[in-house]
Design a protein around this ligand. Sequence first.
Ligand SMILES: NC(=O)c1ccc[n+]([C@@H]2O[C@H](COP(=O)([O-])OP(=O)(O)OC[C@H]3O[C@@H](n4cnc5c(N)ncnc54)[C@H](OP(=O)(O)O)[C@@H]3O)[C@@H](O)[C@H]2O)c1
Length: 231
Amino acid sequence: MIRLAVVGLGRMGRAVVEEAERRGHVVTARIDGATARRGFDATTLGDAQVAIEFTRPDAVVGNVRRLIELGVPVVTGTTGWLDELPVVTDLVRSKGGALLHAANFSIGAHLMFRVAREMGRLLATRPEFDAAIHECHHRKKLDAPSGTALALQRAVREGDPARPYPITSERVGSVPGIHTLTIDGERESLSLTHAVRDRATFAVGAVSAAEWLVGRSGVFRFEHVLFGDAS
Ligand SMILES: NC(=O)c1ccc[n+]([C@@H]2O[C@H](COP(=O)([O-])OP(=O)(O)OC[C@H]3O[C@@H](n4cnc5c(N)ncnc54)[C@H](OP(=O)(O)O)[C@@H]3O)[C@@H](O)[C@H]2O)c1
C-alpha cells in the first residue's frame, strides 16, 4: 500500500484514482485545476509518498516544479512539454528528487517503440520504401502530433536517421489512441498498429510506475519500470 496524491482530475486523473483504490492504495489528495491554480502545499497533499500528474501541456511544468520543491516524487503522463525537460531535469537533480515521465503508459506502445527501432535499422539500406506514422485520438486532445507519435518517430529514426517518417494526426470522437507505423513499397506494404481500447490501460501503467518510483531518486522513463533500462 502506498499513499499517493493525484494532480489533475480529468479523464486520466479519475482513471488513476479508480486504479489506485482498486489496488488498495490510499489517495491522500485529489487536486483539480482550480485548486492547483490557487497553489497547493504540503498540507494539501496530505502525507503523499508520490504524486501522479495528468493535466495539460501549459500546467504540467508548474505542477512538477511545485511537487519537487515539496519533496514529493512525481509520475507525470502529461504530453506536449518535453522541450522543457532539460530545465525540469536540472531542478529534480538539484533537489535530489524523483520524476518519472512517459507520453504513454501502455506496455504495447513501448514494445512497439522497440520493434520500430529494429525496423528502422533494417530499413535503412532500403530506399525503395516510403514510411510514415499516423495517429488518431479523441477530439478533446490538445497537442498534435501526440507525444507517443513523436516517441515512435524518435525510435524508428534511431535506426534509420535519413528517412523523415512524417506524422499525420487525426482528431475524432472518443478514440483513446491509435498509432500506426507504415512502410510502403511498390508491391508491398507493412503496418504496425497499436490501439488502446480503454484508458484504464494508462492508469494501470501510471500506478505501477508510482509504486516503482517510491524510494528512488533521479529522472526516469516508463521503460525503466517495464524493461529495467531506457536504452
Ligand atoms: N501518458 C499517457 O499514457 C497518457 C494517456 C492519456 C492521456 N495523456 C495525457 O495526459 C494529459 C491529460 O489527459 P486527460 O485526457 O486526462 O485530459 P483532460 O480530461 O482534459 O483533463 C485535464 C485536467 O487537468 C486539469 N487541470 C488543468 N490545469 C491544471 C493545473 N494547473 N493543475 C491541475 N489540474 C489542472 C483540468 O481541470 P480544469 O478543467 O479544472 O482546468 C482537467 O480536469 C494530456 O496531456 C494527455 O495527452 C497521457
